[in-house]
Design a protein around this ligand. Sequence first.
Ligand code: MG
Length: 365
Amino acid sequence: MNNIKFTKLNVRAVNVPLKKPIIAHLGTFKEWPYICVDVYTNTDIIGRSYIGPYLVNQLPSIVKCINALSSFFINREIKPFDFYQEGFRKLALLGYQGIGLYSLSALDIAFWDAYSKSANLPLATLLGGDLKPLKTYNSRGLWLIPLEDIDKEIHELIKENEFYALKARIGRKTLKDDIFVIEKIKKICGENVDIMTDFNCCYDYDTALKRMLALDNIGLYWFEEPINYRDYESMSLLTSRLNTPINIGENFHGPSEMFTALSAKASTYIMPDLMRIGGVSGWIKAANIAEAFNIKFSTHLYPEVSAHLMNITPTAHWLEWVDWADPILMDTGYRIKNGHYHIPEIPGTGIKWNEQIIEKFKINI
Ligand SMILES: [Mg+2]
């Protein structure tokens, strides 16, 4: 492995139109904002990462934070583990969660990309794992769209790339409406399809319990985030009262918060988010905590880097697939075949920019 030095940082922000708008309890999104990070080195290696921190108006503050954090590492030999530990300590005064952690994650993922490229290995291989294909579900549709459009959307989602599992967003106006969506999926895809469902935190405890009990014995694969994501005590009560597994975790800010949730027995499964869990370094810590709790670990967004990390996650479960970032990425060989996500055997994480698209949708930061 070549020792490589971090010499320069380039951070850009884009707001990319989505093929399908996201219609969720939290709002409707027609575009998705991304921050794209390039870590330049004293060789021709460039480490890359993207994060999608949801709120376009907040991008400038996160970019500022990424730049400020990067100044601690400039002109030093890239050591991703050490950089993460040091960067995390530097967050003490800003806070260990939120934009400080997002910024550290963005840098961490790019450092690991550069580091594995310097070893000429895919990230998962560098970390001692395999490049096994991962079972994946299609999560890029079935938002709270009108019921008359559901039929067409299911056909479209299940056909695309041979999926055998889908996620539907529920917590619709009436129980009948939720059942309508689920029955449609079963009718079109057959009884063997796995149906993940997501409430996106739309209920209080009582309302959640009522709706979930009514949906509890129709074979759903999981219920995701029925109530406020920080209410671990109520989440734990729901988990103990329902047969259908409950999955939370996209809102764990760092491995220690995940530890708190697991200690509270808040859910049956977890699904940490690459950006919010602390990038590659944060994920590795989280994966090992999950093993100690013997809890199944799925991913949230970021399919490319998450797929590498699932190969070193002892309790790896499902990979969530979305294509929202595809426009800003070059095709480096990630594929879905027979319900599984395949990782290309190339050095690093396989993140490469489509410069034309980035230029087109670039926003001022
Ligand atoms: Mg969710």
